[in-house]
Design a protein around this ligand. Structure first.
Ligand SMILES: Nc1ncnc2c1ncn2[C@@H]1O[C@H](COP(=O)(O)OP(=O)(O)OP(=O)(O)O)[C@@H](O)[C@H]1O
Ligand SMILES: [Mg+2]
Length: 406
């Protein structure tokens, strides 16, 4: 599972399966022991001494805005959108960690990307039930239910579970009852669904024409705008999925759309000039000029900054950034090789001298191609502005380099 690299006089573990293990400092003989401990104790992070830690920079404004949202009586659904890896999930985790210390809340957090990778591509209604509801008969003293039941959100007993699967009990009623119970107890219910688009293609069991997602939205509107029972927060990086919601007039009127973006320059500079403070990196420091170069290459994309910081343990900055740009260019090269190459190039060329492309400037044929580029995460589509952007600075460089060398 682990690759071992020898760098800077130290052994560095890199792991494909678990990126977060990368960069630890061990003597060769300790590696086996650590592996053993890792497998036997799970990830007890505090026992490791990291050479590079996962940073969390700023987000004061976003955390404040989320707090304001949950301190108001539930009245609308909150949709968090933003480019790929802009930090939506991390922000939510951080927010909940803080909120849990301050208030009596009951958070039901569903990360559908994580959960649904366990299923096949063909999600069905029963998968939805398994993911949302957790069968727990403990309170009824019936003993422990068989292991292997999927971890869900709303606790139900096995009888209800059975009836729900037979279509005799309405899952939305079960959820509503739980929200009512929590409200009576003086606990704020917060339902968070990350990557909701995973449910997009599911239909209700008792009618092929009833789409689950529509039923869910009806329910969310009822729980927020109408009965004010629970906070509902939904995150997705699928700009097109969010767009269908944004253009639905009923949802638009009962929702807030909030963009979570990459970090602004001042945050990136603060991070890069204080590596020990934010990333626990002691092996090297960066000058202002170095930090500027990183910003110029990847902008505020945190995932890429972390990746570059890791690579700097082994190689000089200019080499790392040079390779990075080459990589971004080759991603564009790989993408463009398609029957529609000419049309794709024509579209991408429009980003050479500009940052964005408004939807008004494109026709429906072009839109099809752009849609695919959004799905492939080359571009990001912001539904609230109806505008296409390259997915971060690095993709923008990739696009420019592609045309420079042509
Ligand atoms: N405030 C932050 N400071 C530094 N790094 C961050 C911050 N927020 C997120 N990151 C890092 O950025 C990367 C992407 O974060 P995250 O997965 O939360 O993004 P996302 O928007 O949910 O992505 P996706 O679009 O794939 O759902 C992670 O490596 C995370 O550690
Ligand atoms: Mg996410």
């Amino acid at each position: 599972m682990f690759d071992v690299l020898y760098a800077n006089g130290l052994y560095v573990l890199t792991s494909q399966a678990a990126g977060f293990l990368a960069g630890q400092k061990y003597s060769a003989s300790a590696i086996e022991k650590k592996k053993y401990r890792y497998y036997n104790e799970g990830m007890t992070a505090d026992k490791f001494e990291y050479r590079q830690d996962v940073a969390f920079i700023n987000r004061d404004k976003e955390l404040h805005d989320l707090k304001i949202f949950v301190d108001k009586r539930p009245s609308e659904i909150l949709f968090l959108h933003g480019p790929k890896s802009s930090g939506k999930t991390t922000l939510l985790y951080k927010f909940l960690e803080k909120l849990g210390k301050e208030q009596k809340v009951n958070v039901k957090f569903l990360n559908l990307r994580k959960t649904f990778t366990e299923f096949s591509d063909e999600y069905n209604y029963k998968d939805f039930l398994s993911v949302f509801f957790k069968v727990d008969d403990k309170s009824e003293k019936k003993g422990k239910i068989a292991a292997g039941i999927n971890v869900g959100l709303f606790k139900i007993n096995s009888q209800i579970d059975m009836k729900m699967r037979q279509g005799k009990v309405d899952p939305f009623k079960v959820m509503e009852k739980e929200f009512i119970r929590l409200n009576k107890k003086g606990t704020k219910p917060i339902l968070i669904i990350d990557e909701l688009q995973a449910l997009d293609k599911i239909y209700m069991d008792n009618g092929r024409d009833r789409r689950l997602i529509i039923e869910l939205f009806n329910f969310f509107v009822a729980m927020t705008k109408e009965s004010h029972l629970a906070h509902i927060i939904i995150a997705s990086s699928d700009g097109y999925f969010i767009n269908t919601l944004y253009t639905d007039s009923r949802l638009k009127k009962s929702s807030i759309f909030y963009r979570v973006d990459y970090l602004p320059k001042e945050d990136v500079m603060e991070w890069l000039l204080n590596l020990e403070k934010y990333s626990k990196i002691k092996d090297y420091i960066l000058t202002k000029e170095d930090a500027e170069k990183i910003w110029e290459t990847v902008g505020g994309s945190m995932w890429e900054i972390q990746d570059i910081l890791f690579k700097l343990f082994r190689s000089p900055l200019d080499d790392v950034l040079g390779l990075y740009k080459k990589k971004m260019r080759s991603l564009i090269v790989d993408y463009v090789v398609k029957p529609e190459q000419e049309e794709i190039e024509k579209l991408l060329r429009r980003f050479v001298d500009r940052e964005e492309l408004p939807k008004e400037e494109i026709n429906s044929e072009e839109e099809k191609l752009l849609r695919d580029m959004v799905r492939q995460n080359i571009l990001y589509f912001d539904p609230t502005e109806a505008t296409y952007y390259p997915q971060g600075k690095s993709f923008h460089h990739g696009i420019r380099l592609y045309f420079e060398k042509k």
